[in-house]
Design a protein around this ligand. Structure first.
Ligand code: SF4
Length: 323
C-alpha cells in the first residue's frame, strides 16, 4: 500500500515555516465581496464581511448544511472545543514536531514523549481547551485522553516510517486563485517531494477510515489540495494519501488532471451557491444525524431556535428563485 515516493528527500532543510491558520474561512480578508457581492451604495459598513475564500472545511460545512456554514463563516458564532478535535490538534502537532529531530531518533517512544510538552503548548496558545477538563479535578479523564493521544501517535509508526521521510513541507498554508477569481486555501499536513519531482500530499486523520462507499467524500479535501497545488506549482500531485490513525489504515489516490478539473467545476458551483445565499440571506438548514455534533442547535430553526439577525446587506431573492 505504500508508495513509490516513500522515503524521499528533497529538502532536508529545517522545519517549514509555520503559517498561521486562517481564523475562519473568509475572515480577516477584507477584499470586498470577492467576486460580485452587491456593493450597495447606501449600505452601512457591515460588521461582517462576505466570504471571499473557500477552504475544504468550509466547503464541507456548506455541503453538509448551508445554515451551519452561515453560523461559522458569516455570524462566526463561537463553538466549544471538543475532546476529539483538540486531541486531533495535539496529535498533529506531535507528528509535525517529530521531524525536527534527526531521522534516526524518530521513534515511537520519542514521539510519545513529545505529547506532554505539546499539550502544554496547546494550552498556552488556546487557553479555552483547559475547560475541557475543568470538571476533572483528579486528572483521571485527562490522563486517559493523553494516553489515547499517545496510542494514536504510536499507531502512526505501523503505517509510515518517519525515519525514512524528509518532508518538503509541514503544515503548509496554501492559497491559489482560480481563473474565475475564486480563492481556495487550506493547510496541508505534509508534502513529500521525490527526487524526480513527484509530489505526495499527506493528511493525518485521528479518526477511523471511512467505509468504501464514503471514500469519495474523504478524498474531496485531498483533491481540493491537489487542485491548489496544481494551480500554484503547475504540477499534478502524484499521490494523495490519507493516514487514519484511529483505525490504522492508509487511503491513497493517484489523481489525473480530469479529476482536478472535475473538482474545480464542483467548487465553482458550490461557490455560486454560497454567493447566492450570501446575497439573499437564504441559508437553509439541512438536518442530518450530524446535527448531534452541531454547536448551534439553540440558533437553528430545526431545533426550535432562531438565527441571530443577518449581519450582511440582503438583496431580494429573484422571482422564481424558489423561495
Ligand atoms: S443543527 Fe443541524 S440543521 Fe441546524 S445548523 Fe446545525 S447542522 Fe444545520
Amino acid at each position: 500500500m505504500e508508495t513509490s515516493i516513500e522515503g524521499v528527500v528533497e529538502s532536508a532543510g529545517g522545519p517549514a515555516p509555520r503559517v498561521e491558520p486562517p481564523a475562519a474561512a473568509g475572515a480577516a480578508r477584507t477584499e470586498a465581496g470577492g467576486s460580485g457581492a452587491a456593493a450597495t451604495a447606501t449600505a452601512p459598513e457591515p460588521a461582517a464581511v462576505p466570504p471571499a475564500t473557500l477552504s475544504p472545511s468550509r466547503a464541507g460545512d456548506f455541503m453538509q448544511c448551508p445554515l451551519l456554514y452561515r453560523f461559522r463563516v458569516i455570524d462566526r458564532l463561537p463553538e466549544k472545543p471538543s475532546e476529539a478535535a483538540t486531541r486531533g490538534t495535539l496529535v498533529h502537532a506531535v507528528l509535525e514536531r517529530l521531524f525536527d529531530v534527526p531521522a534516526a531518533e524518530r521513534t515511537a517512544p520519542r514521539a510519545k514523549a513529545l505529547v506532554p510538552a505539546q499539550w502544554d503548548r496547546l494550552r498556552e496558545s488556546r487557553p479555552e481547551v483547559v475547560e475541557l477538563f475543568a470538571d476533572d479535578p483528579d486528572g483521571e479523564r485527562l490522563a486517559r485522553w493523553l494516553a489515547e493521544a499517545e496510542r494514536l501517535v504510536e499507531r502512526w509508526f505501523s503505517l509510515e516510517d518517519p525515519s525514512r521521510l524528509e518532508p518538503a513541507e509541514r503544515e503548509l498554508f496554501v492559497e491559489a486563485e482560480l481563473e474565475s477569481g475564486l480563492r481556495l486555501r487550506g493547510i496541508i499536513d505534509r508534502v513529500d517531494v521525490a527526487p524526480t519531482g513527484e509530489v505526495r500530499i499527506v493528511d493525518y486523520k485521528t479518526g477511523k477510515a471511512p467505509r468504501p462507499q464514503y471514500t469519495e467524500g474523504a478524498l474531496f479535501q485531498m483533491k481540493f489540495y491537489a487542485l491548489v497545488v496544481w494551480r500554484l506549482k503547475k504540477v499534478v500531485p502524484r499521490r494523495l494519501q490519507l493516514v487514519y490513525l484511529g483505525s490504522g489504515d492508509v487511503l491513497t489516490y493517484d489523481p489525473v488532471p480530469a479529476d482536478l478539473e472535475r473538482i474545480e467545476r464542483k467548487l465553482l458551483a458550490l461557490w455560486d451557491a454560497i454567493r447566492l445565499a450570501t446575497e439573499t440571506g437564504d441559508w437553509r438548514p439541512r438536518p442530518t444525524k450530524l446535527c448531534g455534533w452541531c454547536d448551534h442547535q439553540a440558533h437553528c430553526p430545526e431545533f426550535g431556535g432562531t438565527p441571530p439577525p443577518y449581519p450582511l446587506p440582503v438583496r431580494p431573492a429573484a422571482a422564481g428563485a424558489g423561495g
